[in-house]
Design a protein around this ligand. Structure first.
Ligand code: FPP
Length: 239
């Protein structure tokens, strides 16, 4: 799908992606799964450029789920180090493009301090950028995010009758982030897999048959065009 098919006056503010299929992409080529993650990063960077091109302001990607710890130790180790080193080497080019980098997910002991340090450095360097906010979900799970929100609300001592949807939203990892307008999942799987459970209540779901490493900005444009085609009712009548 080319850029010209996109209605630039109705671009979604927030696109979320479940970047699925890296392992299968590699296995089909007789390559180690890690090669799929490497190719997946190139796909992500092209998606970032595509988002910048059409003016998407928020892009949120699922880079490592709370369930991913159960993968083979070598793959987990690779993903931790891969993210650390790429944050170090890519943050300047993202900064130059006006991208603000943010991270959501548990900062627990399983994350090496060196990775946390790179995340903080990238977030700090790019904190003032507003062209596009790229939120990387790492050691993230929607249920864990909601559990954490409930803990904070209870700890604040608020009366149960005073708890509203706004209270919950305000205690999510990124209360200032608009909900995704579109959620894309690649690789033909039709699941949420614990991604942004609260935030995707009204998101348009776009499932693409492409494996994530084969994803590029043209697929992003395809998903945006699909979003623009659908009637969005938010449970009510036409707006
Ligand atoms: C899912 O494919 C992909 C992942 C678990 C990792 C995604 C990570 C990246 C694309 C790199 C991101 C890097 C930075 C610096 C943000 P899978 O392994 O589940 O594939 P499969 O379903 O075919 O096994």
């Amino acid at each position: 799908m080319s850029l010209s098919a996109v209605d630039l006056s109705a671009v979604p503010a927030h696109v979320a992606c479940v970047m699925d299929g890296n392992g299968r992409w590699a296995e089909r080529r007789g390559l180690p799964r890690t090669a799929g993650h490497e190719a997946g990063l190139d796909a992500l960077l092209d998606a970032v450029d595509g988002a910048l091109e059409i003016g998407v302001q928020w892009l949120t990607v699922y880079a490592f789920s709370t369930e991913n710890w159960s993968r083979p130790r070598e793959e987990v180790r690779f993903l931790l180090e891969f993210n650390r080193s790429n944050l170090a080497t890519r943050r300047d080019e993202l900064h130059e493009r006006g991208v603000r980098l943010r991270f959501i997910g548990g900062r627990d002991r399983r994350l090496p301090r060196s990775l946390l340090a790179e995340m903080d450095a990238a977030a700090e360097l790019t904190a003032e950028n507003r062209r596009l906010t790229l939120t990387v979900a790492f050691n993230y799970g929607g249920r864990a995010e909601l559990t954490e929100a409930v803990r904070r609300i209870v700890a604040s001592g608020v009366q149960s009758t005073q708890v509203t949807e706004q209270t919950i939203r305000a205690n999510l990892a990124t209360p200032d982030m608009p909900d995704p307008d579109v959620l894309i999942r690649t690789s033909g799987e039709h699941r949420l897999s614990n991604f942004l459970l609260w935030q995707v209540a009204y998101s348009e779901m776009v499932f693409l048959d492409v494996l994530w490493p084969d994803f590029s900005r043209t697929h992003l444009f395809e998903a945006v065009v699909e979003y623009q085609r659908r009637e969005r009712r938010f449970g009510g009548l036409d707006q």
